[in-house]
Design a protein around this ligand. Structure first.
Ligand SMILES: Nc1nc2c(ncn2[C@@H]2O[C@H](COP(=O)(O)OP(=O)(O)O)[C@@H](O)[C@H]2O)c(=O)[nH]1
Ligand SMILES: [Mg+2]
Length: 294
C-alpha cells in the first residue's frame, strides 16, 4: 500500500545527503507544515528533533528518521476490530456527505465476510432516496442482506428492524449507514441519542457497539475539524480514512491522533470492494519520515 508518495519523496529528498544544520531544520519545518501536520505539532516535532539530535549526537539521516518516528509514534494508533463470533456487533458509520461512508461500508462488508463473519447492512441514511439505492446495489453485488425503509423514515427505526432481523438470522455484524447532513452538532446528537437508545435497549453489548467516523484523506485540515466536531457530539471509537490512493500528504492523521486520541481502523485505497486495509501504523510512520519500504 503506497501512502502519499509525493510527500514521502519530498521528505526523503530533504533527508538525503544533507548536512544537519539550521537550514535543514527550517526546510523540514516548511515541509511538515505543507504535509498538514499543523504549526503546533510541527514546532513540537522540530524542537524535539533538534534537542534529541544534539543530545544523542545524531549524525546520520537514519538517526534523525528514527528519532522523528519515536516522536510521532505516541500520536498514531491502530485499531481494527473483529466482531465476536456468535454475538451481534453494530458498527455505526458516521461522517459528512461525500467522504465515502457508503463505499466504505460495502468494502467493510467484504472484509468481514472474507473473515468469516455474517454481515447485515442497515440503510439508516434515510434522508436521500439515492443513498438507500446506492447501498442496495452494493448489497446485491456482494450477496449480503440489507434492511431498509422508505426515504424519510426514522433512522432509529431502521436500526431497530436491522437488530430484529440480525438476531433472527444469527448475523454477527450490522454495518449501519448514516446521513451526512447530521454534521450539525445538535442534529447529530439528537439522532444519535435515539439510535443509541435503540441499540442499548435491544441487547447489543456495549463493547460490541462501535462508532466510526469516515474522513476523506484528501481534505487535510478539514478532516481534522470534522473529527473534532463529531467527537464533541458523540464518543467516537475510531477513524476510517478514505481515498488514500489520491491523498498527497498524511499529516492530518497525526493531528487527529494527537488532538483526539482516536485510533485508525481502516484505510480505503480505491474503488473496488477489496481496496480497504486495516491501518498499519508501522508502514504509515515509515512513509511519514521517508523510510523506504522493504
Ligand atoms: N479513489 C477513491 N474513491 C473513493 C474511496 N472511497 C470512496 N470513494 C469515492 O468517493 C465518492 C463518495 O463516496 P460515498 O460512499 O458515496 O460517500 P458518502 O456520501 O459518505 O456515503 C464516491 O465516488 C466513491 O467512489 C477510496 O478509498 N478511494
Ligand atoms: Mg452515502
Amino acid at each position: 500500500m503506497a501512502f502519499f508518495k509525493a510527500f514521502t519523496n519530498k521528505i526523503r529528498d530533504l533527508f538525503s545527503g544533507r548536512k544537519i544544520d539550521e537550514a535543514f531544520f527550517e526546510e523540514l519545518e516548511d515541509t511538515l507544515i505543507e504535509g498538514d501536520l499543523g504549526a503546533r505539532l510541527t514546532d513540537e516535532i522540530v524542537t524535539k528533533l533538534r534537542d534529541e539530535a544534539r543530545s544523542e549526537r545524531a549524525k546520520t539521516i537514519e538517526d534523525l528518521q528514527r528519532i522523528m518516528k519515536n516522536i510521532l509514534s505516541p500520536y498514531v494508533k491502530e485499531y481494527c476490530p473483529m466482531p465476536e463470533k456468535g454475538e451481534l456487533s453494530v458498527y455505526l458509520i458516521l461522517g459528512v456527505n461525500g467522504v465515502g461512508k457508503t463505499t466504505s461500508i460495502a468494502k467493510m462488508a467484504q472484509y468481514y465476510t472474507d473473515n468469516g463473519r455474517k454481515v447485515l447492512l442497515a440503510a439508516a441514511d434515510t434522508f436521500r432516496a439515492a443513498a438507500v439505492d446506492q447501498l442496495d446495489i452494493h448489497a446485491e453485488r456482494l450477496g449480503i442482506r440489507i434492511v431498509k425503509q422508505r426515504t424519510g423514515s426514522d433512522p432509529g427505526a431502521v436500526i431497530y428492524d436491522a437488530i430484529t432481523s440480525a438476531t433472527a438470522q444469527k448475523d454477527e455484524l450490522i454495518l449501519a449507514d448514516t446521513a451526512g447532513r447530521m454534521h450539525n452538532k445538535e442534529n447529530l446528537m439528537k439522532e444519535l441519542q435515539k439510535i443509541d437508545k435503540v441499540i442499548n435497549s435491544r441487547g447489543v453489548k456495549p463493547e460490541n457497539y462501535r462508532k466510526f467516523i469516515v474522513i476523506d484523506s484528501t481534505t487535510g485540515q478539514n478532516g481534522l475539524s470534522q473529527a473534532l466536531l463529531f467527537n464533541q457530539a458523540v464518543k467516537l471509537d475510531g477513524v476510517i480514512l478514505t481515498k488514500y490512493d489520491s491523498a498527497a500528504k498524511g499529516g492530518a492523521l497525526v493531528q487527529i491522533g494527537q488532538q483526539l486520541s482516536l485510533p485508525i481502523a481502516f484505510v480505503g485505497t480505491g474503488e473496488t470492494y477489496r481496496d480497504i486495509h486495516p491501518f498499519d501504523k508501522e508502514e504509515f510512520l515509515n512513509a511519514l519520515v521517508g523510510i523506504k519500504e522493504k
